[in-house]
Ligand binder design. Structure first.
Ligand SMILES: [Zn+2]
Length: 198
């Protein structure tokens, strides 16, 4: 299984999904600063050179790296509440989002990704560790101000805590991923049908 799943359709939702329930219990894919950097690399938020330079900096400033990891997890927890509960309980997330945005100092750029799509990147000037999380928070802010939050859902499987943006036309997507949870649900329905037919 790949280390990180990118099924959320929005950067901040993919970030929330680094901490999710499986049959084996809660799994935190961001268990170290190295893992956090690897995620940013996999999400194409940081290019490989910047991942390398952040890694060198982390070796020199381990306390700063640890603080950045804890901060990222704290933001993630607030964003999970926002994804799962929406505007009913948005105040803690808005506080976190504004805390990060208010200290964001740097340049925002639009850059092409390998697959031809465009991504907004953020080049921090100032504390690069503290600013790692800025693109995630930007993504959540975009969802909020564009009125898209109502389309953010949690997977309908009781054993899966993944969240995603429902980009389907009819707005009735239920599963994080058709290949995993969607498929399991289909198989269960099929089994039940066969039982009642007998
Ligand atoms: Zn799922």
């Amino acid at each position: 299984m790949p280390r990180f799943a990118f099924i959320g359709q929005r950067l901040w939702l993919d970030f929330v999904n680094t901490d999710h329930d499986t049959k084996a219990g809660r799994v935190d894919a961001l268990d170290s600063f190295e893992a956090l950097l690897a995620w940013f690399g996999a999400a194409q938020v940081l290019d490989p050179e910047r991942v390398d330079s952040m890694q060198r900096r982390a070796a020199q400033q381990p306390a700063g790296a640890t603080a950045a990891l804890h901060d990222a997890r704290r933001v993630r927890a607030a964003l999970r509440v926002l994804a799962e509960r929406g505007l009913r309980d948005a105040t803690p997330a808005l506080t976190e989002i504004n805390r990060v945005l208010s200290r964001a100092v740097g340049a925002r750029r639009i850059e092409p990704r390998d697959d031809g799509t465009l991504v907004r990147s953020f080049i921090p000037s100032g504390d690069a560790f503290a600013q790692l999380i800025v693109p995630i928070v930007d993504s959540a802010a975009d969802t909020l101000v564009s009125g898209e939050l109502a389309r953010v859902r949690r997977c309908a499987s009781a054993t899966c805590a993944r969240v995603f943006f429902d980009a389907s036309r009819n707005g009735r997507r239920r599963w994080c991923d058709m290949r995993t949870c969607g498929n399991r649900a289909k198989a269960t329905r099929h089994r039940k049908k066969r039982k009642t037919a007998r």
